[in-house]
Design a protein around this ligand. Structure first.
Ligand SMILES: Cc1ncc(COP(=O)(O)O)c(C=O)c1O
Length: 462
């Protein structure tokens, strides 16, 4: 392991006072956090003034990078005009109206209404509640289960964590709750069988989904939720025909498709929505993260007219639509959502993502030859590099060795922030990254990879 420099004052205070999400708490006590002080463009700076390329846009969200003056001005303007208001009890405000209109305009399918939340987890929780509410309204009280997928990531609230298909979100947390069933992960490299083609793999997944639906009873299933490209499960790009094929099965049983666009949305894959990149036709959509380029927290659920009509009829019966968050549709978030979308359009950020994609792909492809790398995968400017102990057999490292986490640490030492998902290293740079910065990011990563190779050999980890 690496030598541990003495802890700074801020690190010590952090250890004493902050409970960190997604952090090995036992290690933090001695190692302390990396304390970030400021950001500019694609760089963030720690308290010692060291620069890091933020290769993950924070948590897949800071798509415009850091310190965008137009965003800062939009925020200041909104805070001066109306720092807080809400949408409960038939109240309205212009930022929410304008953002809902914008989202309807750019949505990949016809959308009638937008419900605002404060986060992606709340958006997905809301999706489930709305599916239940809708089916109660439609006189289908048994149609309530939600299908999700192994390795999916949909957030951490009780229902969103249940939809998530990752062991560390379930073990020790008494999850998943019932009404959630998981189907296969569409990762051909890991789950394709020997001699199987991608087309055969998709056919097997389709059959497995069909079997699951029959086993559970089609009349008991309300919806399936899916990220077009899985993010926190390891950046998994499904085979090209996957969504078209599974949606046929869902349509047969009147099971609606929910697209979780929390990472994919707003240009990340080179289109406005991952659904467009992956040929998916969702009924409803969850959005967050790049919705505001992470300059303020905000999430959204987009629903079409017929679904909305069901809410109206049920709310009439019950007396109100009994759902909403204090900060859902916060004016600061909505104003920044409007500004972010305007910037994405005016500066042609989608075009820029498409222009940068060949360099991103080429640099990933170069890494694919490295002896530690089993597979590289990407779409637009999101990618993953999966490390393996044995390239020929795809054998993974012993998870207890924490190879991915150690490589992320090597990256940090080489001044690039990337995220380890198991032994996959995720890349999701700000969409505004220039070609030179993208090359610098990969140059730094290659140095970290060389450090990793030396460490793996030294420790005999293969
Ligand atoms: C696809 C997806 N859905 C939902 C969430 C949860 O969003 P939040 O952390 O804002 O609750 C995330 C977070 O990473 C995500 O990647």
């Amino acid at each position: 392991m690496l030598d541990q420099p003495p802890l700074t004052n801020l690190q010590t205070r952090d250890i004493e006072a902050v409970l960190h999400p997604y952090t090995p708490l036992h290690k933090l006590k001695t190692n302390g956090p990396l304390v970030i002080e400021r950001g500019e463009g694609v760089f963030v700076y720690d308290t010692q003034g060291r620069d890091y390329i933020e290769g993950m846009s924070g948590l897949w969200c800071a798509g415009l990078g850091f310190g965008d003056e137009e965003m800062v001005e939009a925020a200041t303007r909104q805070l001066r005009t109306l720092p807080y208001y809400h949408l409960f009890g038939a109240k309205g405000m212009e930022p929410a109206i304008e953002l809902a209109e914008k989202l309807k305009e750019i949505a990949p399918v016809p959308i009638s209404k937008v419900f605002f939340t404060s986060s992606g987890s709340e958006a997905n929780d809301t999706q489930v509640k709305l599916a239940w509410y809708m089916n109660n309204a439609m006189g289908r009280p048994n149609k309530k289960k939600i299908i999700s997928r192994q390795k999916a990531y949909h957030g951490v609230t009780i229902m969103a964590a249940s939809l998530t298909g990752l062991p560390y979100n379930h073990i020790g947390w008494d999850l998943p709750v019932d009404r959630v069933v998981h189907t296969d992960c569409p990762h051909f490299y890991r789950f394709g069988e020997a001699g199987e083609t991608e087309v055969e793999f998709v056919a097997r997944l389709v059959k497995s989904l069909r079997d699951l639906i029959e086993r559970e009873g089609p009349g008991t299933i309300a919806a399936m939720i899916a990220e077009p490209i899985m993010g926190a499960g390891g950046v998994i790009v499904p085979p090209a025909t996957y969504f078209a094929e599974i949606q046929k099965v869902l349509d047969e049983h009147d099971i609606m498709m929910i697209s979780d666009e929390v990472i994919n949305g707003f240009g990340r894959t080179g289109n406005w929505w991952g659904a467009q990149t992956m040929g998916m036709t969702p009924k409803t959509i969850s959005a967050a993260k790049q919705l505001t380029a992470a300059y303020a927290p905000l999430g959204a659920v987009l629903v079409p007219q017929d679904v909305y009509d069901a809410y109206v009829s049920h709310s009439e019966k019950i007396g109100t639509f009994g759902h909403g968050f204090t900060y859902g549709g916060h004016p600061l978030g909505c104003a920044l959502g409007v500004k972010a979308i305007e910037i994405y359009q005016r500066r042609d950020i989608l075009g820029h993502v498409r222009n940068m994609t060949p360099t991103f792909e080429a640099r990933l492809k170069k890494i694919a030859d490295h002896p530690l790398v089993g597979e590289v995968r990407s779409a637009g400017l999101v990618g993953g590099v999966e490390m393996v102990a044995d390239k020929a057999t795809k054998r993974s490292f012993d998870p207890k060795k924490g190879v991915g986490a150690q490589i992320a640490k090597f990256c940090e030492n080489r001044r690039v922030i990337l995220r380890a998902i198991g032994d996959t290293i995720a890349f999701c740079p700000p969409m505004v990254i220039t070609e030179a910065e993208l090359n610098e990011l990969f140059d730094r990563f290659e140095l970290a990879l060389a450090d990793a190779e030396a460490w793996v050999s030294r420790e005999g980890l293969r």
